[in-house]
Design a protein around this ligand. Structure first.
Ligand SMILES: *Cc1c(COP(=O)(O)O)cnc(C)c1O
Length: 377
């Protein structure tokens, strides 16, 4: 077993208590450059991953960086039968000073803990969450491109691993972090995307898991997402489960409406939609730029009326993967709403430029949003 031997020789304890087992066969500089030249989204993975176990009585234990690869999983694991899983998504940016930085990772750490609580999974301390991402980013630093537009998307996740078929919360869990170089989420985002109004399926209802970032929400959305794609739309728009008239969110993005008087409207966080970090950041940036921002219900009827009278000028979606993406139209079985500004709204563009400027380090970070992972040369 020469590979195992190599792995053991390279293992060394680390200041933060992480064990590091270097990948004995990392991709060459040429192979990494080829991926960064055309990354796509979520198609290629770096050479390493982070794993941390949870179990009684030790609690969280054995934090480690290991070669990227398959997980050994008991076929009776809770995640495979009852879907006990949560995840997060954030990006590592390389700034011109050579430092790697994260955008507001403490918000992802807090949301991860809240999602864990809702899914009856153990809560990972915020410092371990952020440190895990730092460990992986430093080991796989060569996968973080220097050009803005390509970043390293990081995917933390947590699964119930106890092998037991009775229905109750698992007592053992596994936390992991993997990373994938990412280009634009939507290939044609510059022109604005079309979204599909699902009248048949709901994503979340009152008392459900809509506010948690969990795989189960996505499992419930995939059929509607296929329907959207079959109608030439990039994503699906979900409305409230009760009346199917109020806008909730698009598949993996929060939504904003720009009114002619400069007011921004976004649906409220009432338990059925996800509290996006990008959503929160856009609300803050917009208010500082002098916009009134309302967190209130916004109906399909108001959307249709506003677009036809010109009271509604722009629509955009927000999320870590998609950043700020213009919505050029809403398509449904009984509706077609064209956004007056199409994909070229000035409010959307100004907010996107400021947000991506802060993230990429070309606009001053006056709010202390960027988290420094240190210099890597
Ligand atoms: C992750 C996610 C978002 C966007 O959240 P960000 O923190 O901005 O990336 C929006 N809606 C859903 C359903 C999500 O899973």
């Amino acid at each position: 077993m020469p590979e195992q031997l190599l792995e053991r020789q390279d293992e060394r304890p680390d200041g933060a208590g992480f064990r590091i087992a270097a990948n004995p066969a990392p991709r060459s500089a040429d192979e990494v450059a080829a991926v960064l030249g055309s990354p796509g989204f979520g198609e290629h993975f770096t050479d390493h991953m982070v794993l941390i176990d949870f179990g009684e009585p030790q609690g969280w234990h054995d934090p480690r960086v290991v070669p990227y690869g398959p997980l050994p999983l008991d076929p009776a694991s809770a995640v495979l039968h009852y879907g006990q899983e949560i995840f997060e998504g954030l990006k590592v940016y390389r700034h011109r000073d050579g430092h790697l930085r994260l955008f507001r990772p403490e918000m992802n750490a807090r949301r991860f803990a809240e999602s864990a609580a809702r899914l009856a999974l153990p809560q990972l301390p915020a410092h371990l969450f952020v440190e895990s991402i730092g460990q992986l980013a430093r080991v796989d630093a060569s996968w973080v491109a220097a050009e803005p537009g390509v970043s390293l998307y990081v995917r933390p996740f947590l699964i119930g691993t106890e092998a037991f078929l009775g229905v109750r919360a698992a007592r053992r869990a596994l936390f992991g972090v993997i990373a994938s170089p990412a280009g634009p989420y939507f290939a044609a985002a510059g022109q604005g995307i079309s979204i599909w109004l699902s009248r048949r399926y709901s994503r979340a209802g009152a008392g459900g898991t809509g506010a948690a970032k969990c795989g189960g929400n996505y499992a419930a959305s995939l059929l509607a997402q296929s329907e959207a794609q079959a109608h030439g739309c990039a994503q699906v728009l979900f409305t409230d489960a009760d009346t199917r008239t109020w806008v909730e969110e698009a598949g993996s993005m929060n939504l904003f409406f720009v009114l002619a008087d400069g007011t921004l409207v976004t649906p409220p966080l009432d338990g059925t939609i996800l509290a996006g970090v990008t959503r929160d950041s856009v609300i803050r940036l917009a208010r500082e730029r002098g916009h009134r921002v309302q967190e209130r219900r916004f109906g399909i009827a108001e959307w249709q009326h506003g677009a036809s009278t010109g009271e509604l000028t722009e629509v955009f979606a927000t999320g870590t993967a998609a950043v700020i993406t213009p919505i050029s139209r809403l398509v449904g079985e009984d509706v077609l709403i064209e956004t007056p500004a199409g994909g070229h709204g000035s409010v959307t563009a100004a907010l996107r430029d400021e947000l991506t400027g802060i993230q990429n380090g070309t606009v001053a970070d006056r709010r202390g949003w960027m988290f420094d992972l240190g210099g890597v040369c």
